[in-house]
Write a protein that binds this ligand. Structure first.
Ligand code: ZN
Length: 411
């Protein structure tokens, strides 16, 4: 009897639970591990990024050893490393809020993502509840999107619509990785089609923006009359990840040394993918057909609705200003969410960042055609809708807004 009781206690005791293991040795993986308490079923981590490669707010781990239905806790603190801002080392860590979504993204297979329960926030930490499935558990700041997801999107799209989808490599990064992209164009329609250029992840940590890009591609290849019309009428380029290097190494990208991708839009870009994007856009401009350039991002922790950032209106031609107002009106009616767009666009300018003139949207305003529309869409990451489905909804509705924007005037 005593022996049986002891056995039962041993089975119930946390001391008998499997050892918890944590790893980050995969694309996008990132964490500094402070403690693993297998008895308490608690793991303590911080974002692992190198501030010289951008804001250390991204984190992404694989956890092994959690039994089916077993509960555990992931305790996250902010990075302690000094961060860069406005192009300089600030001597202080980044505000931990950037690393602490209200709920984390979790997956059993590293591909399909859901949210954890709400994290419990205390002064210097947030604790996310985990539930094991008996296999590995992937947990991240938000749904990850690495070059593997770009390839999956390209494969699915090219298989579904080989007649429309033309994959290409935009550039090879400084660290030797391909920056893959899709051109979507249908036979027929006007000879000189307006070009729509969409890129995401100029800031590596903003993984949600790549899911927005994915949602747009899915919609554009779908059966709706609006999608069909848009792909016949326009040529669409989508680059799901610009800063491939820092996405792969699990770094934040934003404010990287010497500057990040979205402060690289000048005569001599540091990043080959920015130079290649500029060259392609210039070719469209030379043909008079650069219609739209959209730059996809995730915003600050307290921005709970998606919104557009645009350059100062006084620097635009009258045509470009009118086009932008029309597009923003259409976006406000189409991006109904959830999450729904905040219809009030924000204007960036000299007081936003010392290198504001080198932001891609401003470069497009300076180098585009007279009618070119440039805008940056910031999709909120810190909400219950900041999921792969929520981001894809934004992408689909963005496609609908673009279709309405380029629709031929009613006869
Ligand atoms: Zn950004």
């Amino acid at each position: 009897m005593k022996a049986i009781l002891f056995l039962c206690l041993a089975l119930l005791s946390p001391l008998s639970a499997a050892e918890l293991r944590i790893s980050t040795d995969f694309d996008g993986g990132s964490a500094t591990i402070d403690a693993i308490d297998s008895a308490k079923r608690e793991i303590q981590i911080r974002p692992g990024g190198n501030p010289a490669r951008g804001w250390a707010c991204w984190w992404f781990v694989r956890i092994d050893g959690l039994g089916d239905g077993e509960n555990a806790t992931l305790v996250l603190r902010g990075s302690e490393r000094s961060t860069r801002n406005n192009g300089q080392d600030t001597g202080k860590p980044l505000s931990q809020d950037w690393a602490m979504p209200i709920a984390a993204a979790v997956s059993d297979d590293g591909k399909t993502w859901r949210q954890t329960g709400l994290g419990t926030r205390e002064t210097d930490r947030i604790s996310y509840p985990l539930e094991g499935t008996g296999g590995p558990l992937w947990v991240a700041w938000g749904p990850p999107f690495t070059p593997r997801e770009t390839e999956a999107l390209i494969d699915e799209a090219a298989k579904a619509r080989p007649d429309l989808v033309h994959p290409f490599t935009l550039a090879e990064t400084r660290e030797g990785r391909p920056v893959r992209a899709l051109q979507i164009i249908a036979e027929g329609g006007p000879e000189k089609k307006p070009a729509i250029w969409i890129h995401a992840r100029q800031h590596a940590w903003e993984s949600g923006s790549s899911w927005v890009a994915r949602g747009l591609v899915e919609w554009l290849l779908g059966d709706s009359a609006e999608a069909k019309r848009l792909r016949e009428q326009a040529e669409v380029i989508v680059v799901p990840i610009m800063d491939v290097d820092r996405v792969v190494t699990g770094d934040g990208g934003k404010e990287a040394d010497p500057h990040d991708h979205n402060r690289d839009w000048f005569e001599t870009p540091h990043y080959p993918e920015v130079a290649a994007a500029q060259a392609r856009m210039k070719a469209y401009v030379a043909e008079g057909r650069l219609a739209v350039v959209l730059d996809l991002h995730n915003p600050a922790p307290r921005d709970l609705r998606p919104f557009f950032f645009v350059g100062p209106p006084e620097l635009l031609s009258e045509t470009a200003r009118a086009n932008r107002e029309r597009f923003l009106d259409l976006a406000a009616s189409h991006l109904a969410g959830p999450p729904a767009l905040d219809p009030k666009a924000r204007v960036t300018g000299a007081n936003y960042h010392p290198l504001w003139r080198r932001i891609s949207g401003q470069w497009v305003n300076d180098h585009g055609n007279e009618h070119t529309l440039a805008a940056c869409l910031e999709t909120s990451w810190n909400t219950r809708h900041s999921t792969t489905d929520g981001y894809r909804t934004v992408g689909r509705q963005l496609g609908e807004a673009l279709a309405a924007y380029l629709a031929p005037p009613a006869p």
